[in-house]
Design a protein around this ligand. Structure first.
Ligand SMILES: [Zn+2]
Length: 425
């Protein structure tokens, strides 16, 4: 157990916070610190073809140790941490044999990690937890994933009696700012499918995520002295308000769950002459997603019609941009890649938790770039803040899942669908 703890700590104590405001890749130079270390480590454990490109994308190969043909599979994680909370000077604390009670993260500042609030903690009674010291995030998202992949590769190298096909490993920068997949060279990676090790609770297995779009609606107005404004002033702030009121009030992030989609107004800024409204649209169902985008256009038309005479032109313009799509569309035709992961979990005694993601993953972008890529748990909880923690046992189980997936894939113990064969051509 100490080996995996040491490895994890050696990663999280390197600050790799990404920055959405930066235009370079990686978005912060400090991500190179961990990236370079990972390259050395992959070489040291005996991985082949270890490469890092000018944007810090790392790839490596574990060659096949069987003679029959096995599809090449991949495992992917990201080494940046979210800009939402500081990742500098992480001082991990180890809580062995967790007793199910409050954990004092920071006595001085009275920061407590409590099962009264974070009920998931009780799943891990008796296990070894790694927490923060209450002043930073932990970075288990997604350095737990990297730890697990490196440890699994090391295990396979040291235990050549376990048969597996060619395995590719990919570590990316800037996932937390939505760019992890942007410069990922799917062709160079050369895997038939892959898994991101970037989920949370042990057992999580995800291959459905939102279809996503962003909309920006600009409202024009006419400013006139308020004392003489009757019949003349057009206040764009109030028109934007009308627009918001046309949206279904019970379809917001705070009123929906599971497969329910939403409109999320997240930015409203303006004055009388011009107001800009920004919102995001989310839905797992492609048809409903399209309907939601149509509704934005419909409301815009309605408002334009209302003010056509008075304003003499379109008073509102809507710009809608698709952001990402549900990977289900790309994964369903090759569903065996999910089945293998599910089977791997069951064989090592983990109950698979298959549920839709209410967001996107790098895997969804990669799936649309031609690399079908479900998401598997990395084990951490309470990502992106000071209450983040990871049970070491969950990381160990994730290592076992990776090894088992490699084994099952080499057995060829799954049905190849027509689509897989077609996709391969
Ligand atoms: Zn992540």
């Amino acid at each position: 157990m100490q080996h995996i703890i040491d490895r994890f700590i050696s990663y999280v104590t390197i600050d790799t916070e990404s920055d959405a405001g930066s235009e370079t890749t990686p978005s912060t130079a400090k991500q190179w610190d961990l990236a370079n270390k990972l390259v050395e480590e992959l070489k040291a454990i005996g991985m082949h073809d270890v490469t890092i490109d000018d944007k810090a994308y790392i790839m490596a190969t574990l060659p096949s140790n069987v003679i029959h043909e096995v599809p090449t599979i991949g495992f992917i994680s990201h080494f940046d941490t979210t800009p939402d909370f500081t990742g500098a000077n992480v001082k991990p604390q180890i809580v062995p044999n967790y007793d199910g009670k409050d954990i004092v993260l920071n006595a001085e500042q009275n920061i407590i990690l409590s099962p009264n609030y974070f009920k998931d903690l009780l799943l891990y009674k008796g296990q070894t937890l790694i927490t923060t010291d209450g002043t930073t995030l932990l970075g288990a998202d997604d350095k737990a994933g990297i730890t697990e992949i490196v440890t699994a590769m090391e295990f396979l190298i040291k235990n050549p009696e376990i048969k597996h096909g060619k395995i590719r490993v990919g570590f990316t920068p800037d996932e937390e700012i939505g760019r992890g997949a942007h410069h990922f060279d799917v062709e160079k990676f050369g895997a038939e499918w892959a898994y991101t090790m970037d989920g949370s609770q042990i057992g999580e297995l995800e291959y459905e995520n939102f279809n996503a779009a962003g909309a920006k609606i600009i409202f024009k107005g006419k400013s006139v002295h308020p004392g003489y404004a009757k019949g003349k002033m057009i206040n764009s702030l109030l028109i934007a308000n009308d627009f918001i009121n046309e949206l279904p009030a019970d379809e917001t992030p705070e009123t929906t769950k599971g497969y329910e989609g939403f409109f999320h107004v997240h930015h409203l800024n303006g004055g009388i002459e011009e107001t800009v409204l920004e919102l995001i649209i989310r839905d797992h169902n492609k048809k409903k997603f399209e309907k939601r985008k149509e509704l934005i256009e419909k409301i815009t038309r309605k408002i334009n019609k209302k003010f056509a005479k008075q304003f003499g032109a379109d008073i509102a313009t809507a710009e809608i941009k698709d952001q990402y799509y549900n990977m289900k569309e790309k994964v369903t035709p090759v569903k065996h890649i999910v089945d293998i992961a599910e089977k791997a979990m069951r064989e090592i005694g983990i109950k698979p938790l298959i549920k839709p993601i209410r967001g996107g993953t790098d895997g969804s972008q990669l799936s649309y770039k031609g690399l079908p890529c479900p998401n598997i748990f990395a084990g951490g909880h309470n990502f992106h803040g000071k209450y983040e923690y990871v049970p070491v046992e969950s990381m160990q189980k994730a290592v076992e899942v990776i090894v088992k997936i490699a084994e099952l894939t080499a057995l060829g113990d799954y049905v190849k669908t027509e689509e897989t064969i077609k996709n391969k051509k």
